[in-house]
Design a binder for this molecule. Structure first.
Ligand code: TXA
Ligand code: MG
Length: 312
């Protein structure tokens, strides 16, 4: 990784930030809530690098940032309540979790293999200008190392991620300073994470109270989502070769029936993980997975594989 570029909030800085994103780079950028660590959401390898840079030991689903409601509607299906909330509060500190359109060009790692996607239209001139120039949906978690607090200045980002990302677009301090409020709709409007937009304001718009996860609905809290996607078939880990009837997902020297990365590259393996699990699951056969080294992105891959293999 080259030195992290510090980009100014001007036309040259924005052009460079968009160029880096379009080339699969990682760019931290300001939003009204906190700084996000952005990558092209259609590029699985770029998204995998987000987890690598943050040192996240788990693949949590990420929020995808768009520059218009129309762009969001090309990615997800909007129930009526979601359209109402988007019209009332976008751009703003509200993230909507919605059914992903099957034909949307989103890397499966973004949603951690889930059939839903979190979308947000940020209320920050620089963020929106960057999204428009990039011309692609941008996946962005908060721009902090895993387990640390969310950054609200470019210096916070640099302190945590300098040398691990391509650039930081410096837009000064984030005015809200708190992450966005997350609302899901499965089947009723549900508060998945309190945040910068007060729940009461959302409830007033909806004309009804928001449900809470795990109480009156089947929705799990965001932190528990990691266990959500699991293949239908049994999964066996650390498999050097397939047993009769199994489909083997290979890695490196273990070729398998399909491979996470023939060259043994963990970034590629992370980018292809959910795709390969879905493909293996579609065979209807029990699944075996070759050993994955337990360092760097391999830790998150193994975490996810262990969850998928857990008895249920
Ligand atoms: O204000 C914000 O939301 C900032 C800025 C950068 O936009 N972003 C942010 O992202 O806080 P992050 O990755 O730190 O938090 C994303 C949250 C996680 O708790 C994740 O579980 C949840 O969104 N999430 C993402 N996709 C989801 C999905 N399909 N279903 C339920 N929760 C989801
Ligand atoms: Mg965060």
């Amino acid at each position: 990784m080259p030195q992290t570029e510090r980009l100014n909030a001007d036309a040259a800085g924005l052009a460079r930030a968009a160029e880096l994103l379009r080339a699969g780079g990682l760019v931290a950028f300001p939003t009204e809530t906190v700084y996000g660590l952005g990558a092209d959401a259609t590029d699985g390898r770029a998204v995998a690098r987000i987890f690598e840079a943050k040192g996240r030991p788990q693949f949590n689903p990420l929020i995808v940032h768009v520059d218009s409601l129309a762009a969001a509607q090309r990615i997800a299906l909007f129930p009526q309540e979601a359209t109402n909330l988007a019209q009332a509060f976008w751009p703003g500190a509200l993230t909507l979790v919605l059914p992903l359109r099957p034909d949307a060009e989103i890397a499966p790692l973004v949603t951690a293999g889930l059939p839903t996607i979190a979308l947000r239209l940020p209320d920050h001139a620089l963020a929106r200008d960057l999204l428009a120039r990039t011309g692609r949906p941008v996946a962005a978690p908060s721009a902090n190392p895993s387990g640390r607090i969310s950054p609200t200045t470019a210096d916070h980002v640099a302190a945590g991620l300098s040398g691990r990302i391509d650039a930081i677009l410096d837009g000064g301090r984030c005015p809200v300073g708190l992450e966005s409020t997350i609302v899901g709709f499965d089947p009723v409007p549900t508060l998945l994470r309190p945040g910068g937009l007060p729940a009461e304001v959302i409830e007033a718009c909806l004309g009804m109270p928001l449900a809470l996860p795990g109480t009156d609905t089947g929705i799990v809290a965001p932190g528990a989502l990691a266990s959500h996607y699991a293949p239908a078939a049994a999964l066996r880990l650390d498999a050097a070769k397939a047993r009769p009837g199994e489909v083997l997902i290979g890695f490196g020297d273990i070729a398998g029936d399909l491979s996470l990365s023939p060259s043994g590259d963990l970034v590629e393996a992370a980018a292809t993980l959910f795709q390969r699990l879905h493909e293996a699951d579609a065979t209807g056969r029990p699944i075996a997975v070759a050993p994955i080294p337990d360092h760097g992105l391999g830790r998150a891959i193994n975490d996810r594989l262990r969850r998928a293999a857990a008895p249920r």
